[in-house]
Design a protein around this ligand. Structure first.
Ligand code: PMP
Length: 306
């Protein structure tokens, strides 16, 4: 991992190696924490900007509300801390930013009302989440034996640490079986999302992506929907079954870390040309233009840090 100099913890910048918590930290035991994954990019003019900082920070507070965590900082303070952290770490070539809100030390037992809530932000340089090769030629995907838990059991719209136990089991199963990523169905058998991405498929020139019925309200997904419409494609949000993916012309993942990653095959069915499809390539390139500040229409999504 590319260590940076400082991590922000509860309002202070502490040295990376000193950013520690007590072993009786509540979240370590019972799993109630929430986080964000935000990215900053070097822009075409040589500066650096955080992509959609407002939306990511808003989602952090939404997750906190769902999970009954009272963040002891304002949204504005958390946004400012993310900007300052990148500046202090001189991460001007881009970085992945990981705000985390967790229940701290002082209370044991499941009832957490009196437990202190802590906040931290780390940032470091992180390359293509599913690999450079995957960005060009596509990744191999397995439909998981794990389902997304039903909306009666967990809250898929929260970016909750606890939700990632399910993702982690699915990812491990897929990677150990020789795939790159896992796709999880909801309890009705429709595709919900991947372990850390959303799914898009292309059929007959139409861009299709599932609604967030049982999944995170993805910020990259919403950006790519806007870009697809700008490029003149029809965009349909509908539930997708596994066989619709098998016979799609193209498929790709979206996510802050995964950006726009093409899918090469799913459960050993080759998708389209078996590599990055032409519409995927256009959307991928449009996405990179946006995050690098090359598309005027979307500079509204950039928070420059220098
Ligand atoms: N679903 C899950 C489970 C994720 O972890 C992510 C990554 N944050 C996404 C979808 C994509 O969300 P976003 O585009 O906001 O990063």
């Amino acid at each position: 991992m590319n260590e940076a100099k400082y991590i922000w913890m509860d309002g202070e910048f502490v040295e990376w190696k000193d950013a520690k918590v007590h072993i009786l930290t509540h979240t370590l035991h019972y799993g109630n924490g929430i986080f964000e994954g935000t990215k900053a990019y070097r822009t075409h003019d040589g500066r650096c900007a955080i992509f959609r900082l407002d939306e990511h920070t808003k989602r952090l507070y939404n997750s906190a509300k769902m999970l009954l965590l009272d963040i002891p900082f304002s949204i504005e303070e958390m946004k400012k801390a993310q900007v300052e952290l990148l500046q202090k770490n001189e991460l001007f070539n881009g970085a992945y930013i990981r705000p985390l809100v967790y229940l701290g030390y002082g209370v044991m037992g499941i009832y957490h009302k009196k437990c202190p809530v802590n906040a931290s932000i780390a940032a470091w340089e992180w390359g293509a989440y599913l690999g450079e090769e995957g960005m060009k030629n596509g990744v191999r995907v397995k439909i998981s034996s794990f389902n997304k838990p039903s909306n009666n059991s967990t809250m898929g719209k929260a970016k909750a640490s606890a939700n990632y136990l399910n993702s982690q089991m699915a990812k491990f199963e897929a990677v150990e079986a020789g795939y790159d990523e896992a796709l999880l169905k909801d309890t009705d058998g429709y595709i919900a999302e991947a372990s850390g991405e959303c799914l898009f498929i292309i059929r007959d020139g139409v861009v299709i992506t599932p609604p967030n019925d049982n999944s995170l309200e993805s910020i990259t997904q919403s950006t790519v929907i806007e870009l697809a419409k700008d490029l003149g494609y029809e965009v349909v949000r509908k539930r997708v079954t596994r066989e619709e993916i098998y016979i799609a012309d193209e498929a790709f993942f979206t996510g802050t870390a995964a950006e726009v990653t093409p899918i090469r095959d799913v459960d050993s069915r080759i998708i389209g040309c078996g590599s990055r499809g032409p519409i995927t390539e256009k959307l991928q390139s449009a996405y990179f233009d946006v995050v690098q500040g090359k598309n005027e229409k979307y500079t509204k999504y950039l928070t420059y840090i220098n």
